[in-house]
Design a protein around this ligand. Sequence first.
Ligand code: SAH
Ligand code: SF4
Ligand code: F3S
Length: 442
Amino acid sequence: MLIMKYHIVTYGCQMNLHESEKIAGMLKDLGYATESPIEDADIVVFNTCCIRENAENHAFGNIGALKKLKRQKKGMLIAVGGCMAQETGKAQILLEKFPFIDIIFGTHNLNDLKDLVVQKRTERKAVVNIKDARTEVEDGISPVRTSYPNAWVNISYGCNNFCTYCIVPYVRGRECSRAAADIIGEVKQLLKEGYKEITLLGQNVNSYNNDGKGGMSFPQLLEEVASCEGKYRLRFMTSHPKDFSEELAVVMSRHDNICKTLHLPVQSGSNRILKLMNRRYTREDYLKEIEIFKRYNPNGVVTSDLIVGFPTETEEEFQETLDLVKEADFASAFTFVYSPRTGTVAAGMEGRVPEEVSKDRIMRLIAQVNAQTREKSLHYVGKETEILCEGYDEKSKMYLGRDSLGRMGYFAGESDLIGKFVKIRVTRASGISLYGDVLSIE
Ligand code: SAH
Ligand code: SF4
Ligand code: F3S
């Protein structure tokens, strides 16, 4: 029997990476037994993102590049799903531009993908299935996990916050919490299977159970998940500052296995811009939260997301963001130039910041963030740290992984160390990366 193969191209956030693992699980059930390079695949799935314009351009470019291959391999199926496919009117545009697409599916009905593939096998026309809203939580798909020893676990889907720049609430729908018992069950199973690091995923983990469907608050859930047996690490993302609580900081301090990293996107250091962004906290609120987090977790680090060039942002307001990066002492941060998204409130705002101004601001912001990251890395030199080994880098011929605070660590090793906790003494630091000698392996 011929073995059918699949290839998945993923754009965007961890949520999407994990959803691609679920897509792979469904394809496996349909008989697509192995992953392969794109040229050999019997089905290619694009799991898209639309958070910024360049994410969309990227996907458009890659889908377009398949035209020739599809002409040569008529039997190969091409499916496009994810956040960009879910956008209003996008399915039509995709089909007009790329008539060779076979299947288009949205974010609200991932579970339907299996039926769509079966349907397409007997239908000539493209199969398009985009639902307006989520009707159920997507449980029951066994993912093909690709990131051992790390595993992602969804705790909620969607977002209710409507930050004025952001398209996520439009393409992911309203926030919907998974039942705590299901989450804890999944984590226990993963630990049994040997996974060593669990990352709980939600657009806003701090508002978990606001819909009452979880059964407990996020700090309670974290406490439960941190109390399972065995040696493992626990991470979570993303926390929204408006829902941060002291209780969360306390729970983090109580469990050694909860990594003392708080990813708390601030977006801007200016209160006027924060208000225009509908973030619902001030710069002062934000700094207070960091103080609370560090009071309970003195060795903890805070990382963030930052946007420059939001409509009407002035040089002085940008300076406030730069100052906040210093004051909040970020260990690292993701930095973005504002990208207008059709249908969002900010897209209709006047006062676009010229591209060259935004570019100049982001360069200065990146320089500041990098300087802080480098400085923190230097403190590691001569010290011990524990790395969870995640992979092997062919280029440097070294194993690599992260320490509990999120630094990348590189070290030489003979046996297969992936999935092991490796203590190293840091001999050199460069950017966010640490290099060291192995002291012990667990
Ligand atoms: N739910 C998470 C993040 C989701 S998107 C949160 O609220 O923190 C990840 C990041 O992308 C955001 O934190 C923001 O910094 C950035 N982002 C979202 N929309 C954007 C846009 N239109 N232009 C530029 N950056 C954007
Ligand atoms: Fe977007 Fe704001 Fe929701 Fe995050 S909290 S996903 S930035 S709307
Ligand atoms: Fe993630 Fe992009 Fe969607 S960031 S939620 S894949 S728009």
